[in-house]
Design a protein around this ligand. Structure first.
Ligand code: PLP
Length: 462
């Protein structure tokens, strides 16, 4: 949403229709957010909302932290722009060092972009160039998972397993191979853990063999499902097996941590919940925490050195990658996180949130599943708790729950059904800023419960 009003307009009458482009549903019910603080957003009519999704899992340090702009102003050296393909700048270097120091990548090297889709495109291109420079020219395919989201560019839509968003663009999209999602609540193989033998991880080997190992460049995965399956967490051993398969076939392991990175799941990066080391990690949202558009692709030194020694350069670049102002803000966000131990806070507040959700669930049998780690949690609502049969999609249960909650002053997000629209249940994503207090979590969960009950009561009467 592009705000056309100054914050002092808060409390005035509703706005004229927006000139910026919004989603259809928002057009009927749009809010012009003119002020924000902590976990609260205030619209132009003066209404305050708890931002239970951190925008879209972007904000982690809280809204309206004036220290960020003050510190940038205090340290600013007035270099507006240098093109990072030819030059670097102190802010880019400082942020790269800081980011590499916390990313679970060996000898990490950083390529900055303005958003997560660009970061994932960069990762895919880096993997391709690496194989070319290693003399493996036939390796170009990228395998990803069903019910996944990696961004909105045409290449990333092709790799995302979200037909609801990509189907209409199919003439532009390569068909990319997918493996089954790690979605235990509705196991794609109708198995249960541990008897399943982690069949969803074994599926990677099946697809690599089917496509031909000499054609597969990389496996791209959200370590914990974000917006498509609202926090679905693979079982213990899943990524260890994925890594083994990737290494066996010279397939690079790319962890898309655009949503899950930067502390969101209670570890600095979500992949650290497993004992593995990816070859490339992408990070976005939390890196700028909503104070600037910035994302990055962090690759192992071995990959980057190989490309440098053979090709001289990574043949890729975006005008605004590594821009001084964006990196300067990224540095202040990084320092602020460290000074306030916000990654640790996400873990403790995440535990608190999870405990409250676990208490809520038995009071509402339609809550079929609660999943997630840290401050990325998801709730799946089902029509029949015994059979896990979802409500019919045309009942729009999740979007009605989101609207009910909004009327009560809390903003949630509807999880987007992935490959299985109509077979998965209705999902609600919860991903607030890490500074949310226990009282605010209590209020958020209580509103969620009331909103679910209201919609279920309406359904019972319908
Ligand atoms: N990857 C994941 C896992 C995401 O959740 C998103 C955005 O929601 C993206 C990539 C795309 O990031 P952006 O919207 O910044 O391009």
């Amino acid at each position: 949403i592009v705000s056309t009003q100054e914050p002092e307009d808060a409390g005035t009458t509703p706005d004229a229709p927006p000139t910026s482009v919004l989603y259809r549903e928002l057009l009927q019910n749009y809010k012009n957010i003119v002020a924000s603080e902590g976990v609260y957003l205030t619209d132009s009519t003066g209404r305050r909302y708890i931002d239970a999704v951190g925008g879209t899992a972007v904000n982690i340090i809280g809204h309206g932290v004036s220290e960020i702009s003050a510190r940038v102003a205090d340290n600013w050296d007035s270099t507006s722009f240098v093109y990072s393909a030819f030059m670097t700048n102190p802010w880019q270097e400082e942020l790269a060092r800081k980011l590499a120091s916390i990313t679970p990548i060996e000898d990490g090297r950083v390529f900055f972009t303005s958003g997560g889709s660009e970061a994932n495109e960069s990762a895919v291109k880096l993997a391709r160039q690496y194989h070319l420079d290693c003399g493996r020219a036939s390796k170009w395919k990228v395998i990803s998972r069903t019910a996944s989201y990696h961004g909105n560019t045409l290449a990333m839509l092709a790799l995302s397993g979200r037909p609801t968003w990509s189907a209409r663009y199919s003439p532009y999209l390569d068909s990319s191979p997918k493996i089954a999602a790690a979605y235990c609540y509705r196991c794609p193989f109708s198995l249960s853990h541990p008897q399943c033998g982690i069949r969803c991880a074994e599926d990677l080997e099946r697809v690599i063999l089917q496509e031909g190992p000499d054609t597969v460049s990389a496996f791209l995965v959200e370590p914990i499902s974000g917006s498509s399956l609202a926090g679905a967490v693979p079982v213990e051993g899943y990524y260890e097996r994925i890594q083994e398969i990737c290494r066996k076939y010279d397939v690079l392991f790319i962890a898309d941590e655009v949503l899950t990175g930067y502390g969101r799941t209670g570890r600095t990066f979500a992949i650290e919940h497993w004992d593995v080391t990816p070859d490339i990690v992408t990070v976005g949202k939390g890196l700028g925490s909503g104070y600037t558009p910035i994302a990055a692709c962090v690759a192992s030194g071995a990959i980057v050195d190989k490309i440098r020694s053979v090709s001289g350069q990574f043949v890729h670049g975006f005008t605004y990658g590594g821009m001084p102002m964006a990196c300067a803000i990224g540095v202040q966000v990084f320092d602020y996180i460290q000074e306030h131990s916000l990654f640790e806070l996400a873990s403790t507040r995440g535990d608190y949130l999870r405990a409250r959700l676990e208490e809520l669930a038995p009071t509402i049998p339609a809550i079929g599943d609660i999943r997630g780690l840290g401050l990325l949690q998801g709730v799946e609502i089902v029509g029949n708790p015994k059979t896990r049969q979802p409500f019919s999609p045309d009942r729009k249960i999740a979007s009605r729950i989101v609207r009910e909650a909004e009327a009560r002053g809390v903003l949630f997000r509807e999880g987007t059904p992935g490959a299985n629209a109509g077979k998965d249940g209705d999902q609600i994503q919860i991903s607030p800023p890490f500074v949310i207090s226990p009282n605010e979590i209590d209020e958020m969960v209580s509103v969620l419960g009331d909103s679910i009950r209201t919609v279920l009561a309406e359904e019972a009467e319908a």
